[in-house]
Ligand binder design. Structure first.
Ligand code: ZN
Ligand code: ZN
Length: 307
């Protein structure tokens, strides 16, 4: 599986209607990436049987409580349940100060290191890279500094065609095949053409997470063509004044961004507590961008060639 987005929380402001504040867990090639961590996130991770010690990277978009108040609880549980492995925390600079202050007054020293990376949410630049993915910040337009995150998969290796593979093929040769090389004999003649024993690599997917923002077309060049765009849809168009005043977006506005950016699918979330029924939000978005779906808690959104 290439990318799986698990929705943990999709509400704005406060818990309501059995919905929780923003948090999503991304799975890429077996790695987990936590995006935003509203209050109660660790309980939701438990509900969905996620092993929290396997989370090595946490990304926080901004320092409104509905996006980060769960961080301290989650880190504390990691500490109390024996974590030793270091953890990368990507967030606006103020979060390091908040965590340090809490640790100071509880006279606690975590048993693991936090590699804190201060993200400047006003610029679009790479903040994290590993073997599988590159993550860059997306400047958003919110009441306080706020940055989304663009996850771009790295190029993948060719896939072995097991049925065609000769018996007793060495691991070294399999690695060569995955890297696109032919298998040569000692004189340098081709023994096996790569294409005869492999399938092309799986395609690369991109996921953009745009947490809190008012309508702002300046993000379009950054998110253009992504396979899945999460863009907040806090309000219906009938509450557009409220959206503008609070630096949030309506469903129609998010759908307009999705359409202009030519994305594959729009994932809607950060729902206002004033809406118990989310269906009108979905319908409003779909009038502009038909492939719009609600980020319902517990659901998975999968990007893969083979589903
Ligand atoms: Zn929010
Ligand atoms: Zn906010």
């Amino acid at each position: 599986m290439s990318i799986r987005v698990k929705i943990l929380g999709s509400n704005s402001a406060a818990p309501a209607h059995k919905r929780h504040q923003t948090s999503q867990l991304l799975f890429i090639e077996g790695q987990m990436y936590l995006m935003d961590c509203g209050e109660g996130t660790q309980l939701l991770l438990k509900r969905y049987h996620v092993k929290i010690q396997r989370i090595d990277n946490i990304f926080i978009s901004h320092l409104h409580g509905d996006h980060y108040l769960g961080v301290m609880g989650l880190l504390s549980t990691m500490h109390l349940t024996g974590r030793k492995k270091s953890l990368n925390l990507y967030a606006p600079a103020g979060l390091a100060e908040i965590i340090t202050l809490q640790l100071k007054h509880s006279e606690t020293i975590f048993n693991f290191d936090i590699n804190f990376v201060a993200v400047d949410p006003t610029v679009n630049k790479v903040v994290h890279e590993d073997d599988f993915v590159s993550v860059s910040s997306i400047p958003l337009n919110h009441r306080i500094p706020c940055g989304g995150f663009l996850f771009s998969e790295k190029p993948k290796k060719r896939r072995i065609n097991k049925e065609m593979l000769p018996a007793e093929f060495s691991v070294r040769n399999i690695i060569k095949l995955k890297n696109g090389e032919d298998i040569l004999d000692q004189e340098g003649k081709v023994l096996y053409k790569n294409e005869a024993l492999t399938f092309p690599p799986k395609r690369i997917y991109k996921y953009a997470f745009c947490s809190d923002t008012k309508y702002d077309e300046s993000i379009i060049p950054i998110i253009a063509g992504v396979d899945l765009l999460y863009h907040e849809t806090t309000f219906l168009e009938e509450h557009m004044d409220r959206a503008a005043n609070t630096y949030h977006s309506t469903a129609k506005e998010a759908a307009t961004i999705a359409k202009k950016a030519n994305v594959g699918k729009l994932l809607m979330g950060h729902f206002s507590i004033r809406y118990k029924d989310l269906e009108p939000l979905r319908q409003e978005a779909q009038t502009i961008f038909p492939n719009s779906e609600l980020a319902i808690e517990g659901e998975d959104f999968i990007l893969d060639d083979i589903q």
